[in-house]
Design a protein around this ligand. Structure first.
Ligand code: ADP
Ligand code: MG
Length: 257
């Protein structure tokens, strides 16, 4: 069953903005339990593809299949509910809330919504246990990302790096099967980049599937087992980092823009 081996399948995606074709028939699959990189020069259509997969944009044509089900055109929260999440930058309003409060908000409209409702007033006794489970999970995830000691800190006071960790922690709280990250290392210093990568590798070993969208080719080459190269809205080639590194077309695409 290929849908188990390849939870994400993208087939013939097209998206234009006015006269500009951003995605021009992109097709690819992401294998379960891998750290797969989607790379390409600026303007290749990476972010648009990312937004089409996660429901932020609707494709003009083509399909997105997740765990064997057609999710094309679904809303982001519906897709998140299915177990495919993306990270979100922490909005300005959430800066006035603590790290812990940010974490408690994360499940809203997502898998944990039932749990979240269960901690609201008027809760029935039979959901007490679920409330405890949610809090336990919040603390476990904060601990995993080494941000449990700043749980009471306002999100607005966090360093850029701590903010990235919180963004990933929030995404993970819903216990997704797959995480999509669009340039997660942009503006991140080398020390934190290492730390973030360490966490990503640990999660992949636990069985999570990652699609990492990045402009930085070296970063992807050193960390992903499978690399898909997007160029002018299409898949130019894909393979192992070694395949990609020695591919003349890829070198040309990056040099030629
Ligand atoms: P990448 O992330 O690989 O740099 P994008 O997906 O952001 O590429 O952009 C692909 C192409 O689509 C670019 O030419 C970009 O200018 C164009 N584009 C992306 N989003 C929009 C938009 N909302 N309106 C108009 N053009 C867009
Ligand atoms: Mg982009």
């Amino acid at each position: 069953d290929t849908t188990v081996d390849f939870p994400l399948q993208v087939e013939g995606l097209h998206k234009s903005f006015g006269g500009i074709t951003a995605v021009d028939g992109a097709s690819f699959e992401v294998e379960a339990g891998t750290l797969t990189g989607l790379i390409g020069p600026n303007g290749a259509g990476k972010s648009t593809t990312f937004n089409l997969i996660t429901g932020m944009l609707k494709p003009d044509s083509g399909t997105v299949t997740f765990n064997g089900e057609d999710i094309t055109g679904e809303e982001p929260h519906e897709i998140a509910n299915r177990g495919m999440v993306r990270t979100f930058q922490i909005a300005r309003e959430l800066s006035d809330m603590t790290v812990l409060e940010n974490m408690m908000l994360a499940p809203k409209h997502q898998r944990g919504e039932e749990l979240w409702r269960s901690v609201m007033p008027g809760v029935r006794d039979d959901v007490r246990e679920q409330e405890e489970e949610l809090l336990e999970r919040v603390w476990a995830v904060l601990d995993f990302f080494d941000i449990d000691h700043i749980a009471e800190e306002y999100a607005g006071n966090l360093s850029g790096g701590q903010r990235k960790l919180l963004e990933m922690a929030r995404a993970l709280l819903t216990d997704p099967d797959m995480l999509l990250l669009d340039e997660p290392f942009a503006g991140v210093n080398p020390t934190l980049e290492k730390k973030l990568l360490k966490h990503i590798h640990e999660l992949r070993e636990q069985g999570y599937t990652f699609l990492l969208v990045e402009h930085d080719m070296d970063l992807i080459m050193n960390n992903c087992e499978h690399v898909i190269v997007l160029h002018q809205g299409k898949v130019l080639t894909e393979g192992t980092p070694d395949d990609i590194r020695s591919n003349e077309e890829v070198i040309e695409a990056y040099l030629g823009g």
